[in-house]
Design a protein around this ligand. Structure first.
Ligand SMILES: NC(=O)c1ccc[n+]([C@@H]2O[C@H](COP(=O)([O-])OP(=O)(O)OC[C@H]3O[C@@H](n4cnc5c(N)ncnc54)[C@H](OP(=O)(O)O)[C@@H]3O)[C@@H](O)[C@H]2O)c1
Length: 276
């Protein structure tokens, strides 16, 4: 698979695999089939309660361990330094692996205002070899500025909600200015109304592709790493190959017209939304 931006010692593929709701044996089977299909970046989180399933799939896979980037995320309730270190230890333990490759602060939770402390803990976890690279999720520029001012350490990745209805132009520009890779969560809008959007349907028909493929090709075109979640192997393969679909400039312009200020799926604005 073609690769993109090297960051914090990692080279990320152009697309990864989302795993929210994929748990237990069926979850491990879905992750196993994603690895067989060719995914090499697997997203997970302490709060998804599926690090065990993800780790089991990675361990059972024929893919060499050092070719897979296994990601997890720190929950809001564990931002205090020692609690954060313990959470990373627990994440690694749950996977049955000896380290994770990428660990993100899941949400900044600004009212707690402990994300700088959590960031210091992730720096220590990296120094101890528990994780290879560290980053953030749902961080606004002001949050990232504070991390860098306090520690001098820039996140490798910022994982945010990003799709045609909410393309995050300013956040992407900010991330790029800091050399941060932007990953996209809910890249196909959780398969909601976006998959029936008339503009996207027109572009898809012109390319003989599905709307999901067009959306993921658009992410790749923006230089964003989408993390679609798909249970069925045929959808996993379809999504993976989508990043090779070449959109026309006119397609990209048409998709840009779909952006709307209230385009978030569930109104989860990191300035106020918090998750523990
Ligand atoms: N950092 C954060 O705060 C955060 C928040 C949300 C999500 N995430 C991460 O981002 C990942 C992706 O986001 P998401 O799961 O919310 O939404 P998503 O990937 O946009 O959409 C997933 C839905 O799309 C369906 N689907 C997948 N491929 C399809 C295709 N080719 N055609 C039609 N339908 C298709 C899936 O169905 P099936 O599964 O039934 O195949 C599932 O219902 C998550 O799994 C998680 O890893 C992170």
């Amino acid at each position: 698979m073609p690769e993109t931006t090297p960051s914090d010692g990692l080279t990320l593929p152009r697309i990864g695999f989302g795993t929210a709701m994929l748990k237990g044996r069926p979850g491990a089977e879905a992750v196993g089939s994603a690895l067989r299909a060719g995914y090499r970046l697997i997203d997970s989180a302490f709060n998804y309660e599926n690090e065990g399933a993800v780790g089991a799939a990675v361990r059972a896979s024929d893919v060499p361990r050092d070719e897979v980037i296994v990601t997890s995320k720190l929950p809001g309730r564990h931002h205090a330094h020692d609690a954060a270190i313990a959470a990373v230890e627990e994440s690694v333990y749950r996977t049955g692996l000896d380290h994770l490759d990428l660990y993100l602060i899941h949400w900044p939770n600004p009212s707690q205002y402990r994300y700088v402390e959590a960031w210091e803990a992730l720096i220590h976890a990296r120094e101890r070899g528990l994780v290879r690279a560290i980053g953030v999720s749902n961080f606004l520029p002001e949050h990232i500025d504070r991390l860098v001012e306090a520690t001098g350490v820039v996140p490798a990745v910022n994982q945010v909600e990003l799709h045609p209805y909410f393309p995050q132009d300013e956040q992407r520009a900010y991330d790029a200015s800091r050399g941060i890779v932007t990953e996209a969560w809910s890249p196909i809008g959780r398969a909601g109304e976006m998959l029936r959007d008339p503009v996207l349907t027109q572009v898809a028909n012109a390319h003989g592709a599905s709307v999901a493929e067009v959306i993921l090709a658009w992410h790749a075109r923006l230089g964003v790493v989408p993390l679609p979640k798909a249970t069925a192997p045929d959808r996993q393969r379809q999504n993976l190959s989508a990043v090779d679909l070449e959109l026309l400039d006119a397609d990209v312009d048409a998709i840009a017209s779909l952006a709307r200020p209230d385009g978030r799926n569930n109104d989860q604005d990191p300035a106020v939304y918090e998750e523990f």
